[in-house]
Design a protein around this ligand. Sequence first.
Ligand SMILES: [Zn+2]
Ligand SMILES: [Zn+2]
Length: 354
Amino acid sequence: MQTTMKGAYFPGNSTVILKDVPIPQPAYGQVLVKMKACTICGTDIRAAYREHTGKGAEAYQNKIAGHEPCGVVVEEGPGIRRFHKDSRVIVYHISGCGVCHHCRMGAMISCSSTALRAAYGWQRDGGMADYILCDEKDLVELPPNLSYTDGAQVACGFGTVYEAFEKIGVSTNDAVLVTGLGPVGLGALMLAKAMGARKLIGVEINDERIALAKKLGLLHEAFKPGPDTVAQIKAVTGGYGVERALDASANDEARQIAIRATRQSGKITFVGEGNTVHFNPSPDIIHDEKTIVGSWVTSIWRMEDLVDRLVNWNLHPEVLVTHRFPLAKVDEAYALMASGKCGKVAVCWEEELK
Ligand SMILES: [Zn+2]
Ligand SMILES: [Zn+2]
């Protein structure tokens, strides 16, 4: 019987190395999941792949990489209550203590136990390996109509934008602006469209990303960031600006556009991490009574709701995946993602490697 597997690690110099490691054994409350798809998140690149710059929740502790895992349960540890062998599962990518207030709210992302909070791919082994050891409490069921590559994107990116939009609300009355059309921004446009947004507007510097968004039917208007962008957005929204905006760019100028192109009483949410933003509180938010909402990943109950809605909406996040690699070529996969010349990049196994 096979006892070792390949697992991918970040040395911190813009490479990925594969090591032979033992296949883990599930303990009480744990299952062993055979990996099927693990997508690459921008956070991996920013905080661990190029250099180990992450602190706290983003501190990479030389574990197997990959925090967007999706696969099938192949072995049950003792004490399993809901999932079983052959269950198709998405991994909510942070394991919490289970008993702090945030964990009880289902938001393990904010678990207050520094000793017990561990993110898959950061402080405990992640999904860039043939198998991943998971706590049953961290699993979300993947319905038969969704592929494993659909599910992988729910584990982080889609969960994050869904949470942000649920916080600010999106309705058929809303023109929605998304700044930054990388995979997270594209996911935001997909969800805003499904939620009924009447107009979808994107701001992005990269032509390939605008072209991909247009090809997927996710944009009514696209603009490049510049001194006239706010006026251009107002011109296509009756002179008012948008009702809702989401920043996925983490760029100062783009965040300013998101704030200023939002109309009176509108709402803006920030999910793009890092960097800064400069704005003038009186004209930019106070006098027009705008709300800026920060949002970080999602809660596990909301992730379950999102999966349900993706089925009802017949929405497949995997349409954003432009490149699929086998684990043996994981180094190429990360190099491509770091170059930005792609949509979403996935490492896949078996039937997902099409
Ligand atoms: Zn992520
Ligand atoms: Zn906790």
